[in-house]
Design a binder for this molecule. Structure first.
Ligand SMILES: O=C(O)CCC(=O)C(=O)O
Ligand SMILES: [Fe+2]
Length: 380
């Protein structure tokens, strides 16, 4: 079908939230006054059909291009590609934007090609999952993690800290056990250990025992969180920092817009568990802005995936590109998880940073710390 001639104005750059009259917007904006950061900017692709409504209606060739792009990215996550097949892997997406179950690997004995493809999928999908790995020993769990990165203790590089629930004979394995007598779930949005200036790169969590119902883990896409902010707000936040802390003991200043060291993509790096304030703002303004960010971040199910655990299921996540929340709806059932923590082997990439337009990195700064965090890996 030949393309219809399209009036020039449809090719104006979109996305700057230009008002088209006081209350009418057609660019994906939901709520709020124009040219402020109040409201919710629904950038593609998460909102898909809702995105760019004006052009969707007015420009059929644009619509078919959007549809084609989305279909081809769906096909890639629904069907995989040659490199995955060659490694003997297939994938099962969990949602269009984030997460994928990887089939065809025994994590006790993965091939080099599989390790390479798993890492590639982790970078693309932010979190990946495996089923039926309950046969692995703790040594094999640790060895699998070592194929990708250094292995830390529960909090990454630090030595075992108070409250660290590692196994006595395997300090690298963090126990997250809950049952009727010991209710527990990390039921709050976070990425791990952001009270440190060396937050761990990611984790590999194995279910040794899952509840018959409940106890899912939800993951949210931090790139999408950043991308969906209003450009006015992005402009305000980029280059700014937030103070994260833990029980008054450790305080660190992290970029709010964090650049991923491997993908170069920008992620929104604040969370309601460890972020205390935005640097340089009056406390009330900082609290209001953080509340607004959290409202935007956690009110968009399109940016999440939800994983239902079975015995032997495994999740591997990237703390630089997603957050997680363990749903605490399974008590009094037993849920027994074991986690091995990944630490970036590159000291340069380990500390979070924001890269400005010239590529210069602006790193996080530790303000106060109770513990020595330069503990070398390879402790006894
Ligand atoms: O129990 C879970 O599903 C996740 C727990 C958690 O937050 C973690 O292991 O970092
Ligand atoms: Fe966590």
């Amino acid at each position: 079908m030949p393309d219809e001639p399209v009036p020039d104005k449809l090719f104006e750059p979109r996305g700057l939230n230009k008002p088209r009259g006081a209350n009418s917007r057609t660019d994906g904006w939901v709520g709020g006054r124009p040219n402020t950061w109040h409201g919710h900017y629904r950038e593609n692709p998460a909102s898909r059909a809702g995105a760019d409504a004006h052009r969707m209606v007015a420009d059929k060739s644009y619509t078919s291009k959007v549809a084609e792009t989305l279909r081809s990215s769906d096909a890639a996550i629904l069907e995989g590609d040659e490199a995955l097949f060659a490694a003997g892997l297939t994938i099962e997406p969990v949602s269009p934007g984030i997460g994928a179950v990887i089939h065809g690997v025994d994590v006790a004995n993965p091939t080099e090609a599989q390790v390479k493809q798993i890492w590639r999928l982790l970078m693309e999908r932010k979190v990946v999952f495996f089923r039926d790995q309950g046969h692995i020993t703790r040594e094999e769990h640790i060895a699998f993690a070592r194929r990708f990165a250094n292995v830390g203790l529960a909090f990454g590089r630090q030595r075992a800290l108070a409250g660290n629930n590692s196994l006595p004979d395997h300090p690298e394995v963090l126990r997250l056990y809950a049952d009727e007598a010991h209710p527990f779930a990390a039921a709050n949005w976070h990425s791990d250990v952001t009270w440190s200036d060396r937050p761990p790169l990611g984790s590999i969590l194995l279910s040794r025992k899952s509840p018959p119902v409940g106890g899912d883990t939800v993951f949210a896409d931090s790139y999408a969180h950043w991308n969906c902010l209003d450009p006015v707000l992005k402009n305000f936040l980029e280059g700014r920092t937030a103070i994260h802390g833990r029980a008054g003991n450790d305080e660190v200043e992290h970029p709010i817009c964090r650049t991923h060291p491997a993908t170069g993509r920008k992620a929104l790096y604040v969370n309601p568990t460890f972020t205390n304030s935005i640097a340089g703002m009056a406390p009330a303004d900082s609290a209001r802005l953080l509340a607004e960010l959290y409202a935007k971040m956690y009110s968009t199910p399109e940016h999440t995936c939800r994983f239902h655990w079975r015995d032997g299921s495994m999740a591997m996540w990237d703390n630089r590109s997603c957050q997680h929340y363990a749903v605490s709806d399974f008590w009094p059932h037993e849920r027994r998880m074991e986690r091995v923590t990944l630490v970036d082997p590159s000291e340069e990439d380990e500390v979070p940073f924001w890269a400005d337009d010239s590529g210069m990195r602006h790193y996080s700064v530790m303000l106060t710390s109770r513990e020595a965090i330069d503990t070398p890996l390879g402790y006894s």
